[in-house]
Design a protein around this ligand. Sequence first.
Ligand code: SF4
Length: 428
Amino acid sequence: MEALPCLPGCGAPTIPGEVSSRACPYYGARWLLALVKGALHLVHAPVGCAYYGGSVRGKAYRMLSTALDEKEIIFGSEAKLARAIREAVRLFPEAGAIFVYGCCAAGLTGTDIDGICTAARRRTGRPVVPVGCAGFAGTSQGDGHAIAAAALVRFLVGRAPPDTAAPYDVNVLGEFNNGGDLGEIEDLLGRLGLRVRCAFTGKADITALAGAHHARLNLVHCRRTGGPLAEAMAKEYGIPHLPVNFFGLAATAASLRETAARFGRERMAEEIIRAATTEAAPVLESVRRHVTGLRVGLYFGASRVGMMAAAFRELGMDVVFAGAQFGLAEDYAAAGAHMTVGGRLKDDASQWQLEDFLLRERPDLFVGGTRERFLAHKYGVPFMVFPQKGKPYAGFNGFVNFARDIVKALRAPVWQFIPGRWAHVLGD
Ligand code: SF4
């Protein structure tokens, strides 16, 4: 195994007319903000944008929309937005904040969303947060993460009064609690005596966000969503940050050690790691017997592609393809470091390119988002969804779940109906 020398070009704007799965900055902002509890979400756009951003990670969230029509796009929509904010506050007086998403139509017509939000903040006495995330504000969903992060730090973080009783508080940035991952992470940190004050945004309500600047350390779990937040909070409040990875036994142990070292709790970390690895060893050994040498392709998000490549490698699997919808060079470098020689890295793959990979290379397992599931199944390739649903993959217990799920996906009885292909997997 060697680092791949050739990284794909990435981050360039999509060529008009090409079908891309990168999503738009507005969807990236939704990805980060949809989970914030106690806030209203108002989309200033034709109703299609609200429909598009209404469901995030497969879950539907309440959305309000100004539902712009042609007349308002031509003659202006500022009065309508001000009215909509007033109506939203009247209908939902308990709302602690309002996010106002400015989409393409509002951006193209020059609607003064910032000015309207400023006036509404004064009038309502609560944060009315402009999120300028029109489709043309960036090249992908990733740019929307940065826009949303800046809005959170500017309008919500730091509003709570000083709190000196938090010497062991941390924030987790870029963690969305898929399948209960955050619970595992909180439990591990809790055993070190650390408290998760706010997770952006898996555990983020208006109060937690207001006091997040009191944390002593920011742990960055997803670089693409957490990185901009970490930098903004370091600049604004001087909070140091540490990149962590809780996917995989080795990565979890390393992250725990580094976190513990910041608080002088190294011995506690060693005890936790020793107990957890001893407990996980028998299951992982048995899984390795089934999966070592099998070939896997990955296609999802961005920075987690490197984390997951390392996790599959830890189980002895060969990562032969790794791609992301909006990865950066460092994401591909991280994935490439855990891939088989000759494996392919692909940025923003089209459906045709994924099909080509499935048909030509016939991997033993493909891992992707919900969209890729049907493609893999149509070509008779076992599939795992990631980010996962149902159970945690993070931490020591999560890695055991992950390993078991791989075996379950590979050994599903349905594959016996594909003659010959799966004999090496179903054999023993
Ligand atoms: S590209 Fe523009 S119009 Fe399309 S969903 Fe994104 S913000 Fe809305």
